[in-house]
Write a protein that binds this ligand. Structure first.
Ligand SMILES: [Zn+2]
Ligand SMILES: [Zn+2]
Ligand SMILES: [Zn+2]
Ligand SMILES: [Zn+2]
Length: 275
């Protein structure tokens, strides 16, 4: 039989009576009972393993250590594809985010009115960011109009309406109507002008005859309904062939287009082709 001794518990510091060969306990009897009462068992919400939880903890854990580590391992850092800021992504997500929250807010999808047909269309986040990165203007036309405008060259044909009025209809290379123009006089001054409308009846421009200030060369100027200049066009003659053509400059990019008169081999009718 060993010898009894009186010593102190390592944690609570109270007196304890133990055999000499025993290790010193952390608590005295009373403190051990109180400490034990603080702990309870619960099941891991994921694997069902028993977890020991202390009432002193701020948050009751929902999963065991192993499951918690597995959950954390699913998170990884990636860079925002626009600004490079670190974003957290989870391997369980079907579509990891491409952009950080700030970029998402700044470039959230927005609506715009098509300058051609006036319909409202949405500019997606990716398009906005792509335009920003390339220094491009945001699209001004709706996807349907953009698709129509892709099919070049355009053909302008002189046609008549049901009421016998002359109209100039411009079609793309696959025969879709792009715009319709007709001549008119302004109400107040009687100035001649040509009004261009989209197939939806939206006025997209008005062309008037002008003269260059210094040279007096005539040219045509097409303005948007808001008064800004959409394009200018001037009659020119090719040096070598003597062929007449119209050179027009317009659009945000200031692209030059040439229009020549051609004759349809099918109907024998003349039409104007814009490249
Ligand atoms: Zn104690
Ligand atoms: Zn678990
Ligand atoms: Zn970002
Ligand atoms: Zn449109």
């Amino acid at each position: 039989m060993g010898k009894w001794q009186t010593t102190y518990a390592t944690e609570c510091g109270h007196e304890v009576h133990i055999l000499e060969e025993w290790d010193r306990p952390r608590f005295c009897k009373e403190c051990k009972a109180a400490n034990d009462a603080k702990w309870y068992d619960k099941s891991c919400e994921e694997c069902g393993t028993t977890i020991h939880v202390c009432r002193d903890w701020d948050h009751e854990p929902r999963v065991c250590k192993t499951c918690k580590a597995a959950r954390e391992a699913k998170w990884y850092d990636k860079s925002c594809e626009h600004c490079g800021k670190t974003i957290r992504a989870n391997r369980d997500w079907d579509h990891p985010p491409k952009f950080c929250d700030e970029c998402k807010r700044e470039y959230s999808p927005k609506n715009a009115d098509c300058e051609h047909c006036n319909s409202t269309f949405t500019i997606p986040m990716g398009t906005q960011i792509n335009c920003k990165e390339h220094g491009w203007d945001l699209p001004k036309k709706c996807p349907e109009c953009r698709e129509k405008f892709r099919h070049k060259p355009f053909k302008t044909v002189r046609e008549e309406t049901f009421l016998g009025k002359t109209v100039f209809r411009t079609y793309n290379s696959i025969g879709q109507l792009i715009s319709e123009s007709s001549d008119e006089k302004t109400f107040w001054t009687g100035t001649d002008q040509r009004r261009h409308k989209s197939p939806t009846g939206n006025t997209i421009g008005i062309t008037r005859q002008k003269e260059r200030f210094w040279t007096g060369t005539p040219y045509r100027e097409t303005k948007r309904p808001d008064g800004s200049v959409k394009s200018t066009a001037e009659e020119k003659t090719r040096l070598l062939t003597g062929q007449q053509y119209t050179e027009s400059t317009g659009g945000a990019s200031g692209t030059k287009h040439t229009t020549t008169t051609k004759t349809s081999w099918w109907t024998g009718k003349k039409y104007r082709e814009t490249k």
